[in-house]
Design a protein around this ligand. Structure first.
Ligand code: HEC
Ligand code: HEC
Ligand code: HEC
Ligand code: HEC
Ligand code: HEC
Ligand code: HEC
Ligand code: HEC
Ligand code: HEC
Length: 507
């Protein structure tokens, strides 16, 4: 038996995890109170069985039958958060007598943590090390458990996602989710989330969406981890979106993807910055995708009768319950890289909705290189449920909407150039500061429509009716306000009515 002098008690057993709620978040205090809690001290049993010498200091399960880890005896909150995750069942999926090569990532081993050489299950085959446990990510805990209060003993996990093994430094999620059945870490590494522009000049108000460390802090995650105080910038890493100890939401997500409540929606926590014009500046939209999707973005020209609640694009209604994730994390049936002959359903982590695909139909990273039409690109995400009948139909809808929107945007720009040739703060109708003019609002709508690094196609999908209506309403308002007129002679009012009618019919 191992002595735990610094604790001097028997920590709560599985049966007593009911008190977990109280214990979470105040571990120091809790241990203190537990030490003075007679009922806890009274229980006499070995704290846990001494681990095999070959285990490299890994402790594994205290009681494997109920998935109680040794760590979980004290860290009750993490234990109860981790227990319902798939990690806690990872060994079971291998069947009765798994091949050695399979157990590496399905049990506690040197994978996922900083250990080198074989440890735990790899060196002992002891069942106490089955499943992806705490020590898979945190590393062996024997030293820590004998001196839990000593700062340097804390086995911190890593949040970094290195994809290349530099001197055996491969660590964290990527050591199991990279080179694996499906290439999640590899895809993520090529996605914009991995690059996430190092936030300019370290401005904290920018970093809360652009820098992994600050995002976790802004979201109230105070945990320590290896890179916490690093100057080096972590992007939107796995642990930003996925909770290592929580299965509250499917896929271990920290926030759900299927809610239209923007403050609760995972993607909308960042993709929601300047969706409405700021009367104090001429700055255009910044990450307006979420409010645009649910119909709450842009400048609503007075008198245009566009009701913010009226145009809820079909893509942002309950006909598309998974919202952003439906399109941006499409699922593909791919060949399992570790099990020849098997296929596996893979969740694309490139985050591109209409990815270029290779000859086998497998997604490729974000790129403008390939033709926009299928089969060079996949429109698979559009054909799920009762949405678009075929990929070709979805592509045609995209082309039609983009063309209409682009044309209206060009008309509007032409008008705005008549009103204020410099289109900016060098003087004229469009300027930062008072008063906020019709031209200021109209320019914002133009930017919203043509927004994004992908030629405005995003806006044309996120809310085609709203974007078109805002442009048409803006054209009408600018013509009226400034007595200018567009080259193309169109009855803008009637056009706007047509769009509003179509929008209602599509709901
Ligand atoms: C005997 C009780 C006990 C056990 C068992 C235990 N810990 Fe701890 N752990 C503590 C205490 C006490 C602290 C210090 C808490 C504090 O400073 O707030 C701590 C701190 C930590 C921290 C650092 C938290 C932070 O915010 O800095 C990590 C990570 C951690 N433990 C992981 C583990 C892992 C992994 C295991 C299993 C290998 C484990 N612990 C087992 C008591 C324990
Ligand atoms: C490089 C690490 C790694 C190795 C080696 C590995 N796995 Fe996995 N396995 C994973 C990860 C990560 C997941 C879950 C996520 C995923 O599907 O990518 C998983 C999931 C699974 C699943 C459940 C998911 C499903 O839908 O099928 C099975 C079954 C499985 N693995 C079997 C095996 C077998 C059999 C082997 C040996 C041939 C093996 N694994 C080797 C990392 C690994
Ligand atoms: C030691 C290897 C290992 C490490 C390290 C690891 N995983 Fe896993 N992960 C697995 C295996 C194996 C599975 C499949 C378990 C199963 O299907 O029962 C899995 C499953 C998952 C799932 C699927 C959950 C679901 O509901 O489908 C998610 C999400 C996940 N891991 C995220 C992460 C994240 C984030 C990290 C890093 C913080 C991480 N994993 C680190 C091996 C690992
Ligand atoms: C923690 C903040 C954060 C979260 C959460 C987040 N993103 Fe992002 N996302 C960003 C940032 C920042 C960028 C810009 C990265 C860059 O280019 O520097 C980005 C880029 C993107 C891009 C690429 C845009 C382009 O112009 O190429 C897509 C697509 C995307 N995110 C979709 C999503 C989806 C879908 C979700 C939800 C599953 C999501 N994001 C969750 C912050 C976030
Ligand atoms: C899939 C990897 C993974 C697994 C499995 C895992 N952790 Fe963690 N843990 C992390 C990461 C990453 C962090 C830091 C970021 C965070 O907490 O979200 C962390 C943070 C912690 C902290 C610091 C919390 C704080 O508030 O300071 C403790 C304690 C901890 N883990 C204990 C555990 C215990 C106990 C288990 C098993 C029951 C466990 N972890 C399982 C990856 C993991
Ligand atoms: C911007 C947010 C975001 C980031 C960053 C991210 N994921 Fe995901 N991940 C998701 C979403 C959303 C899903 C879909 C969950 C669902 O299907 O319900 C998902 C699904 C998964 C799944 C489950 C696959 C399945 O089919 O069950 C695994 C495993 C996973 N991610 C691992 C990772 C790993 C490992 C990383 C880092 C290399 C990572 N994710 C980075 C958002 C993210
Ligand atoms: C509420 C979250 C949030 C905040 C705060 C935020 N951004 Fe962003 N930013 C994003 C998201 C999400 C994207 C990616 C989607 C997009 O381009 O619309 C992005 C994109 C960018 C891009 C374009 C990257 C590219 O490759 O196209 C730059 C530059 C940028 N932000 C700079 C900043 C600066 C500077 C600040 C602080 C003044 C800031 N951001 C604050 C969420 C945010
Ligand atoms: C109905 C499918 C669909 C839904 C739902 C969807 N998107 Fe998009 N998104 C697209 C398409 C298509 C593009 C254009 C991609 C291209 O041109 O490569 C795009 C582009 C983007 C871009 C690139 C910049 C831009 O605005 O054009 C970002 C960032 C983005 N989406 C984030 C999100 C977020 C966040 C959500 C949820 C609030 C979301 N998307 C919902 C299909 C969708």
């Amino acid at each position: 038996m191992t002595e735990l002098k610094s604790v001097g008690m028997h920590a709560p057993r599985a049966g007593r995890l009911g008190s977990a709620g109280i214990l979470m978040g105040g571990l120091g205090l809790l241990l203190l109170s537990a030490c003075t809690d007679e009922t806890v001290i009274e229980v006499e049993r070995p704290f846990f069985d001494e681990p095999p010498a070959a285990a490299g200091g890994a402790l594994g399960f205290d009681e494997a039958s109920v998935n109680l880890t040794v760590c979980g005896n004290c860290h009750v909150g993490q234990q109860s958060g981790w227990e319902p995750t798939d990690h806690a069942d990872a060994f079971d999926v291998l069947g009765a007598s798994p091949a050695e090569s399979c157990t590496e990532c399905h049990a506690v081993t040197e994978r996922g943590n900083a250990s080198e050489g074989q440890i735990a299950f790899a060196s002992t085959h002891d069942p106490r090390y089955q499943d992806v446990q705490c020590e898979s990510c945190h590393g062996p805990g024997a030293t820590h458990v004998s001196n839990p209060d000593v700062d340097g003993s804390h086995p911190l996990a890593s949040i970094a996602v290195p994809v290349e093994d530099v001197d055996g430094a491969l660590n964290g999620c990527a050591e199991c989710h990279g080179g694996s059945h499906q290439p999640i870490a590899e895809q993520w590494a090529l996605s914009p989330h991995a690059e996430a522009v190092a936030s300019p000049a370290g401005r904290p108000e920018c970093q809360q969406c652009h820098r992994g460390q600050q995002i976790l802090e802004a979201w109230g995650e105070e945990a320590d981890y290896l890179e916490k105080d690093d100057a080096e910038h972590q992007g939107i890493v796995c642990v930003v979106c996925h909770d290592p100890h929580g299965a509250t939401h499917p896929g271990q997500l920290r926030f759900p993807v299927e809610t239209p409540a923007l403050e609760q929606n995972l993607c909308a926590r960042c993709h929601n910055r300047r969706a409405l014009p700021d009367p104090e500046s001429t700055r255009g939209p910044h990450a307006p995708q979420a409010p645009l999707l649910i119909g709450d973005a842009g400048w609503f020209p007075p008198g245009s009768n566009i009701d913010p609640g009226q145009i809820l694009g079909t893509h942002g209604t309950d006909r598309n319950p998974r919202l952003c994730a439906t399109c941006h994390l499409p699922k593909f049936q791919i060949t399992d890289a570790l099990r020849p002959g098997s296929t596996i359903e893979s969740t694309s982590h490139f985050f591109g909705p209409i990815p270029c695909v290779d000859a086998q139909g497998q997604p490729l990273p974000f790129s403008e290189e390939c033709d926009l039409a299928p089969p060079a690109r996949s429109y698979k995400a559009c054909t799920g449920g009762a949405c678009h009948a075929t990929e070709q139909v979805a592509f045609s809808a995209l082309t039609a909407a983009t063309t209409r929107i682009q044309r209206a945007a060009d008309d509007l720009l032409e008008l705005l150039e008549q009103v204020d040739p410099n289109l900016g703060s060098a003087g004229g109708e469009i300027s930062s500061g008072d008063p906020f003019t019709v031209a200021d609002g109209a320019l914002f709508n133009h930017q919203l429509a043509t927004f994004g690094s992908h030629s405005g196609r995003g806006s044309a999908v996120h809310n085609p009716f709203l974007v078109e209506a805002l442009l048409l309403g803006s054209i009408e308002a600018v013509e009226e306000e400034y007595g200018v007129s567009a080259n193309r002679s169109v009855d803008w009012k009637a056009e706007l009515q047509r769009v509003l009618t179509n929008a209602r019919a599509a709901r």
